[in-house]
Design a protein around this ligand. Structure first.
Ligand SMILES: Nc1ncnc2c1ncn2[C@@H]1O[C@H](COP(=O)(O)OP(=O)(O)OP(=O)(O)O)[C@@H](O)[C@H]1O
Ligand SMILES: [Mg+2]
Length: 363
């Protein structure tokens, strides 16, 4: 399992401890992704997968704004795929999580539980009554005299906006994670055996690009940029004076309505270059922090990872090799699953894949 991850403290959610199944629900700004995976003796198996679009108004300012639309999408995904699982594993976007690493004298679990709030109040720039707080011991240092502890806080109103739609859809929000950690988990499952050195994971979604630098598979730096697939579509709308639907279709298929003409790569280039420059700028903050360690590979995920010209622009700008990740390669596939559909949607399923194998008590 990943070196750290978080169960944002939701209290005891399944007091009877029935062995109900788990289903991962990744609520993105353009769609909801659902993944059900089984953990078997010899590895992970994908049981069901589905994606349904959300209206652009469903998620606003990193919160669920149109509850009904999201609840409906989750319910349809469960129904369409015959999902029996009742426990949901979900995530909040990393950009709403306040993540801090602190060092404490080594102490036992109970002592830490008693002390952690006080320590958190010193480093978390929010009143603690307004956040859900979680923590995890990362490492012991100085021959066990000290420990590194990761603190994660998420504002209650944001977290609740996600847990509420999960409840309204008939599921129990059993595990709430942060999408960075889900990405780290995805990497471990997909590339764990070969993971070495420093790699950066870039998840390019509809509205955001999230950046996660992993050192030996463990997150060492995270960041976010407010640029994603919508910005590419918008650029085409502006340049060609077409509708958002036409622009989206052109972006994804490369085909434009008969009367219009355009070189997709050229039209996208300014926005692509802007994103590449912003990624370079963000990664230079990491390099300044840990100067000896160069990033040796970048893995792209997210629906917009395939944007024409993007991999190349990133590789040119950063001087490292850039690859589309294979978020599902660590899973065997149940017989009934549509291979072609999975291949087509795999990049957008990266967060969901990482979430799908979380279980309570993993920590
Ligand atoms: N083949 C493709 N080429 C380029 N872009 C694509 C392609 N397929 C999908 N996209 C874009 O991917 C985006 C959706 O990606 P994804 O599902 O990862 O986002 P999200 O999780 O909903 O958003 P976010 O994580 O930002 O909240 C959309 O903007 C869509 O236009
Ligand atoms: Mg996303």
């Amino acid at each position: 399992m990943a070196a750290f991850w978080n169960n944002l403290d939701l209290g005891s959610l399944n007091p009877f401890g029935k062995a109900e199944g788990y289903v991962a629900v990744d609520i993105g700004s353009s769609s909801v992704k659902m993944i059900e995976a089984a953990i078997e003796k010899d590895g992970y198996r994908l049981v069901s997968v589905g994606v349904l679009p959300l209206p652009p108004t469903a998620i606003q300012n990193n919160m669920v704004a149109d509850k009904d639309a999201v609840v409906k999408a989750i319910q349809s995904l469960l129904q369409n795929n015959g999902v029996k699982a009742t426990r949901a594993i979900a995530a909040v976007p990393g950009r709403v999580a306040i993540i801090k690493k602190i060092q404490l004298p080594a102490q036992g679990e109970e002592e830490l539980a008693a002390n952690v709030e006080f320590k958190a109040s010193e480093v978390i720039p929010e009143a603690l009554e307004n956040v859900n707080l979680d923590y995890q011991v990362l490492d012991y240092l100085e021959n066990g005299a000290k420990m590194d502890v990761l603190l994660v806080a998420v504002k209650k109103d944001i977290l609740n906006s996600y847990t509420q739609v999960i409840r309204d859809a008939g599921l129990t929000p059993a595990i709430m994670d942060v999408d960075y950690f889900a990405m780290e988990n995805m990497y471990e499952v997909s590339y764990g055996a070969t993971s070495e050195g420093v790699v950066a994971l870039l998840d390019i979604g509809a509205r955001y690009t999230s950046i996660n630098v992993l050192k030996q598979g463990v997150s060492a730096f995270t960041g976010d940029l407010p640029v994603g697939g919508e910005a590419f579509t918008e650029a085409l709308v502006q340049a060609l004076q077409v509708s958002p639907e036409q622009a989206e279709a052109f972006k994804v298929t490369g085909k434009l309505e008969a009367k219009k003409n355009g070189d997709l790569e050229k039209l996208l280039k300014p926005t692509v270059d802007h994103l590449a420059a912003e990624v370079a700028r963000t990664l230079s903050l990491y390099r300044a922090m840990a100067d000896e360690e160069a990033i040796h590979r970048i893995y792209l995920t997210g629906g917009a990872a395939k944007t024409t010209g993007l991999s190349k622009a990133l590789a040119d700008r950063l001087g490292v090799s850039v690859e589309l990740a294979e978020p599902l390669r660590g899973f065997t596939l149940s017989k009934h699953l549509d291979r072609e559909y999975l291949a087509e949607s795999a990049l957008a399923l990266a967060v969901g894949a990482g979430l799908s194998i979380r279980r309570l008590g993993d920590k």
